[in-house]
Ligand binder design. Structure first.
Ligand SMILES: *Cc1c(COP(=O)(O)O)cnc(C)c1O
Length: 404
């Protein structure tokens, strides 16, 4: 950050008022419009990360901003002691898009909370003794203690041991290993259709179909973590739809409300019925202000046919990236793409280092593994913005050891 940005951030001498949990942020942004962000020095940046796959319709969308503003001056919050006018329509919309038969929705405030609720629901439905949740290595399900336990990244567990028990991890995309892990205590399998934080690794459709068959055979619940992949990000409404499988529980957040903090779980009716009053709760979840954002966002996704838009924009972006000879391959789908760089292109640098240099050239992406970059631009990304981003990436790659 420049001195101006650091001052705006509140840093005073050596002591920041903020915990160092996120390290020292490289920018302080003050304004957004569409796919662009401006920092406190007035420097424009192209946003190809969308606040981690959240602001899919771009920043400061006038329609969504108006819906949130109108709600803010009407009614913000009443708690779950009472209903508000957005809960049922948003829940109906979610069920319609998930399209897996009759189901019900419970609102949350974030992805971790959605997974936490999904795990509690699975435990309640399956009963004691069938509490074990299997998830995949390199998965990411959140930072609360239980969702951290479900996250298949042992290095993240270490400082917080002991974690809640009843979590077991298996190799990604390996049906045989999963089957061997199915003890009678296993009540649920929790998977992302595309591992986002783990490096943009898609599940093979045959793997998900095999998992579904095993779940059916043994009465195990299939929970799909669609927190990052949901709401058209991958070019279908939900990632599981690429494989043609039907989950029993779906966890949702990120793209659901274009930036308002909303999470949710959907469950098929008989599973949803396991939660009765008193089982779970949240003061804020489903509040009118946040759901006004979700309602406007979901209406727009439907009106624009978001999956079709994403597939079309994805083809343009992917084509431009694949044309670079420094790119080994592009993986992922829709507008959740991982770019694996050749060793020659990396020239001793890491993915995060290359992403950092791109930031200094005004492009926001992130380094998702030591050798790969992640792109998650908004659905409204224009051809010219794609061309500009790909130009920055190719220039940065072409200058080994180059600095800003
Ligand atoms: C981001 C993410 C989460 C956690 O969501 P938060 O809102 O940060 O708690 C969980 N699962 C997946 C797949 C994610 O990408």
């Amino acid at each position: 950050m420049t001195a101006d940005q650091a001052a705006a951030w509140g840093a005073k001498g050596d002591h920041s008022p903020l915990m160092n949990n996120y390290g020292s942020p490289p920018r302080l942004f003050v304004k957004g419009q569409g796919a662009e962000l401006w920092d406190a020095d007035g420097v424009r940046h192209l946003d190809f990360l969308c606040g981690l796959a959240v602001t899919s319709l771009g920043h400061a969308d006038p329609e969504i901003a108006a819906a949130i503003a109108a709600q803010a001056i009407t009614l913000t919050h009443t708690s779950n002691l009472f209903a508000n006018e957005h809960q049922a329509p948003v829940a109906e919309r979610i069920s319609e898009l998930i399209d897996c038969g009759p189901g019900q929705v419970l609102f949350q405030n974030s992805g971790a909370e959605a997974n936490e609720a999904a795990i509690k629901l699975a435990r309640k439905y399956q009963g004691r003794g069938r509490h074990v949740v299997i998830s995949a290595m390199r998965s990411f399900h959140g930072r609360t203690l239980a969702t951290l336990a479900a996250t298949g990244q042992p290095e993240k567990h270490e400082p917080f041991q002991p974690l809640p028990e009843g979590f077991h991890h298996v190799a990604w995309n390996d049906l045989d290993e999963l089957e061997r892990a199915l003890s009678p205590e296993v009540g649920a399998i929790l998977l992302e259709p595309v591992q986002g934080e783990g490096g943009v690794n898609a599940a093979d459709p045959a793997y998900l179909q095999g998992v579904r068959a095993l779940c059916d055979e043994r009465g195990i619940l299939l929970i799909m973590d669609e927190v990052q992949t949901g709401f058209a990000r991958t070019g279908e409404w939900f990632g599981f739809q690429h494989a043609g499988v039907q989950p029993d529980i779906v966890s949702l957040a990120k793209g659901i409300a274009n930036g308002m903090p909303v999470g949710a779980i959907w469950a098929r009716d008989d599973v949803a019925a396991a939660f009765v009053p008193g089982d779970h709760g949240s003061t804020y979840a489903g509040q009118a202000l946040a759901l006004a954002g979700a309602r406007a966002t979901l209406d727009r996704y439907v009106a624009m046919d978001a999956p079709a838009v994403v597939r079309e924009r994805s083809a343009a972006l992917r084509g431009a990236l694949e044309a670079l000879d420094t790119v080994d391959h592009v993986r992922g789908s829709g507008l959740l793409l991982g770019i694996e760089l050749t060793a020659e292109a990396l020239a001793g640098r890491t993915g995060p280092e290359i992403a950092r240099t791109c930031l200094d050239r005004g492009l926001i992406i992130n380094g998702i593994t030591p050798t790969a970059l992640r792109l998650a631009p908004p659905f409204i990304i224009a051809d010219q913005q794609i061309a500009e981003a790909v130009e920055i990436i190719s220039t940065v790659i072409a200058e080994p050891g180059g600095s800003s």
